[in-house]
Ligand binder design. Sequence first.
Ligand code: FES
Ligand SMILES: [Fe+2]
Length: 388
Amino acid sequence: MSDIDQGTAYGMAAPSWDDELIEVEPGTPAGELLRRYWHPIATVEEATATPRLVRVLGEDLILFRDGSGKAGLVHPRCCHRGTTLYYGKVEERGIRCCYHGWLFDPEGNCLEMPCEVDGGRYRERYRQPWYPVQDYVGFVFAYLGPPDKKPALPRYDIFENLPSGFSVAADADNIGLEGDPTPCNWFQTQENVMDPFHVFILHAGFSENQFVAEMASMPDVSWHLTDLGMKSYQDRVLPNGDRFHRVTEVVMPNVRIVASPFVERYGPGESVAWTLPISRTETKIFSAIVVPDDFEIPRPLYEGRRWAELSDEEHQRLPGDYEAQVGQGAVTMHSEEHLAGSDRGATMFRHLFRSQVRAVAEGRDPLGVSFTESDARYEILAGNFLNP
Ligand code: FES
Ligand SMILES: [Fe+2]
């Protein structure tokens, strides 16, 4: 037997990742797929009269809300001579560059050039590069793709006709970080949604039980393709004989619909969340959650404390999603993996994602984009169901 056959780490091949899954930049095949969908980029409260730097799909952009209430998302470098609009002043009709005062509306149209004759006789010729935005369920959504392929913004049934006493909370908790980006690639975070086995090990056994007793036994698991993505079923028989049927889904490419793991009530899921790639190595999860008024969104607790309150040693003893996913590295190395039967959900999701990357590369529209408002409505499948 040679030395290498003994399986030591000596002489390991250089690791690599699968570009087709993890790239987010413009011009990359995966980045072009991601650019065919709307993404939440900030909470509506974060779009204000103070210009804000946001990073989305590896692009740095400036977000603002003008005096008329309209949000704008523009390229940072002013199209005149390139200073950043981060130092611009937001006015009634748009954002004014600090250097020579060119004024741009939220769609980048140049409205004033105060140093030029007649306030800029040819101002219609200049346009600050911009992206379309829309407010929905407490977030500003942006579309960074080709203008002629802009889909309608998808609407989800659970946010319509809310019962009285309920509202939608816009939450940006990021597997513990509460607002800060998670320092790893978005794909390893998203494929985790199709990995229900980790709930039994990581959340219910390895550390203490981080959710509730109903979630703590090993489920029977199956995965299924849906019209717009895929779902997993997790079935358990509770100690009293009730059957607990849990459905978790992914809508292409980065929507995650996961019913509360705290199982406050049975029925359809109460939230839709988006895994936003900030850059290749930063990710942020935006969740819109239907909650009763005055409801405090529950967080996993670790010996009674929040994730951010733990010491390094406690993170080792009580790991959660952050440790497991960021622990895979800033970008996981696919070449070093050994996938097993319980990874079938992740494998199916990768296959589905690659098929859509290729569809866009071949000039087709990807799964789930609709060009009319009426087609862009989605009824969620996820939930915690009792004796279905
Ligand atoms: S650089 Fe912006 S107005 Fe001149
Ligand atoms: Fe998890």
